[in-house]
Design a protein. Structure first.
Length: 276
């Protein structure tokens, strides 16, 4: 498990492109045959992917967590963006097709990931945050998720936000997680932009073709920077940073938040006049 430390905005504005990418970009979320996780000290969020091939993958706690098992004091959200697979929780199987998700509560001791077909492996994207109590495991497909249609073609940002792990869908301690799909010919997300001092967020971009990119904007509103992002890469966004992207084509992304509250609309809007 890779460790990423918190960064003060005063320091981040001096970073080179290479330093920005090293601190905030997760360049490879899915590694075939492995579980790859990044432990961020920003709200103790863990983000990463499990890509099982011909052998099951078991989620271990590791020294970084310092617990007997991964979910001893944590909760977890999982969304599959690959082929059909299953997540086995203390012996109970949950089959997940593409864009189907799972909320897993604190206290589950054994977590195993499997792919139905190694030639078309499942790609389980994972977000995990500390938890204070145990809530029931819930399977969430895109039809059960809470949809919010936003934007317009005129503003190049027509999209549907599907809230998976969210109070409108299931109970969780602090984790909020969902999937946003941009309509064809739309390329902007979250612009005009915002911050939320009370929560951090991770964006994982996917559904991008090989030569397409997303320019992800970050930093304080008056001191912005950008990171060029490929398909199936993620960006860690501290609470003080804007988080917005524009693509060379339409795309999808999974967002996950952790922090003080679960109020999706609790945002500090940034005026376009204040954006620099």
């Amino acid at each position: 498990m890779e460790i990423r430390y918190s960064t003060h905005p005063r320091d981040a504005k001096h970073y080179t492109t290479e330093e920005l990418r090293k601190e905030f970009l997760i360049p490879q979320v899915f590694v075939p045959g492995e579980i790859k996780l990044v432990y961020s000290h920003v709200d103790r969020m863990i983000a990463g992917g499990a890509t099982p091939l011909d052998k099951p993958l078991r989620l271990e706690a590791g020294k970084e967590i310092g617990a007997e098992y991964f979910l001893a004091r944590r909760e977890m959200g999982v969304i599959n963006i690959g082929g059909k697979g299953k997540v086995i929780l203390d012996g109970e199987e949950y089959v997940l097709d593409a864009r189907e998700g799972l909320y897993v509560g604190m206290g589950i001791k054994e977590v195993i990931f499997e792919s139905e077909n190694p030639e078309k492996p499942a790609k389980f994207y994972i977000n995990s945050a500390p938890a204070h109590t145990s809530y029931p495991t819930v399977k969430i497909d895109i039809n059960k998720a809470n949809p919010r249609h936003l934007g317009s073609l005129a503003q190049s940002n027509e999209r549907t936000i599907y809230q998976y792990v969210h109070p409108a869908v299931c109970k969780s301690c602090q984790l909020v997680m969902g999937l946003t799909v941009l309509e064809p010919n739309n390329v902007w997300n979250t612009m005009p932009c915002h911050t939320h001092e009370r929560r951090m967020e991770v964006y994982m971009y996917f559904d991008l073709k090989e030569n397409d990119r997303v320019i992800h904007f970050m930093g304080e509103p008056g001191e912005t920077r950008h990171i060029i992002v490929k398909n199936e890469q993620a960006v860690i966004s501290p609470s003080w940073s804007i988080h917005s992207g524009v693509g060379t084509s339409n795309y999808s992304f999974i967002w996950g938040m952790a922090g003080e509250n679960q109020t999706f609309d609790d945002m500090d809007a940034v005026s376009m006049d204040d954006l620099k």
